[in-house]
Design a binder for this molecule. Structure first.
Ligand SMILES: Nc1ncnc2c1ncn2[C@@H]1O[C@H](COP(=O)(O)OP(=O)(O)OP(=O)(O)O)[C@@H](O)[C@H]1O
Ligand SMILES: [Mg+2]
Length: 247
């Protein structure tokens, strides 16, 4: 469960609020999609509630634990896939997974089982002996996803996870998201891929210029707009960015 209330964040030397009085509540067992144009504030929001950045105002509770007051306890309950898979390039992938397992206190038998399960699922098992610097973008992404699941976190947070994944891996990832939500865990992800949001999310939020412009299910969004349009056209209406033609 992730509960954000009144979160605001302005970067140093910036005149605008990257996130402006944002409140969201994501329940257990839910796949929650976070949509919005480039620069809308998705990554900033995610960094605030995963404890990477500190909010100027507001609170973020992870399973009821305040990320600012008890960061370690709250972070234990999060598996986080960043939007930038640039990792420790000199480490071997297996060393990185061991390091993450150590940080999260995952015992040897459990870490071996989970590494085998997810590295096999994403087709990187044979590459684990190689250095991360030699990995392609997609392989790094798969390694991050694998690492994020080693602690079997209650809250799985993914910032644009489909970017760079091949179709087989993207399919496997979507199945994992469904399975985890079905097991009562929280899945939160940001995306620009409308089809993925449309098919996967129980609920979604749309953010524009740091402010939430919609929270609810796709059905609610369609009812609100009084249309039977695709998510893509509803999204474009809400963020006021008409598709440009002939550019
Ligand atoms: N490190 C930073 N320093 C200063 N400003 C930043 C920084 N990171 C982001 N911003 C600004 O904060 C705002 C929100 O950016 P953010 O990265 O959260 O957007 P986003 O919704 O994740 O976009 P994208 O879809 O491109 O990933 C933008 O105006 C951006 O320029
Ligand atoms: Mg982003």
């Amino acid at each position: 469960m992730i509960e954000l209330s009144g979160i605001s964040k302005t970067y140093a030397k910036s005149a605008v609020k990257a996130v402006d009085d944002l409140s969201l509540s994501i329940r257990d067992g839910e796949i929650f999609g976070f949509l919005g144009p480039n620069g809308a504030g998705k990554t900033t929001t995610i960094k605030v509630f995963t404890g990477v950045l500190r909010a100027d105002k507001g609170t973020a509770l992870i399973d009821g634990i305040d990320i600012a007051a008890s960061p370690i306890e709250a972070k234990r309950r999060i598996g986080y896939v960043t939007d930038n898979p640039e990792l420790f390039s000199r480490l071997k992938a297996a060393e990185y997974l061991n390091f993450v397992s150590d940080v999260y206190d995952v015992d040897t038998a459990t870490r071996q089982a989970r590494v085998t399960e997810y590295a096999t699922l994403f087709g990187i098992r044979d590459a684990l002996g190689g250095s991360i610097g030699s990995f392609s973008h997609g392989m790094k992404q798969k390694l991050l996803v694998t690492a994020s699941l080693l602690s079997d976190p209650q809250n799985w947070v993914l910032d644009e996870p489909m970017v760079g994944l091949d179709p087989k891996a993207a399919f496997a990832l979507k199945e994992l998201m469904r399975a985890r939500a079905a097991a009562g865990k929280t899945v939160f992800f940001s995306t620009h891929v409308m089809e993925v949001a449309e098919k996967l999310c129980d609920r979604l939020a749309i953010i524009n210029k740091g402010r939430i412009v919609f929270i609810g299910s796709l059905t609610e969004l369609k009812a609100l707009q009084g249309s039977d349009n695709s998510l893509e056209s509803l999204f474009l209406e809400l963020v006021d960015e008409p598709a440009e033609e002939g550019v």
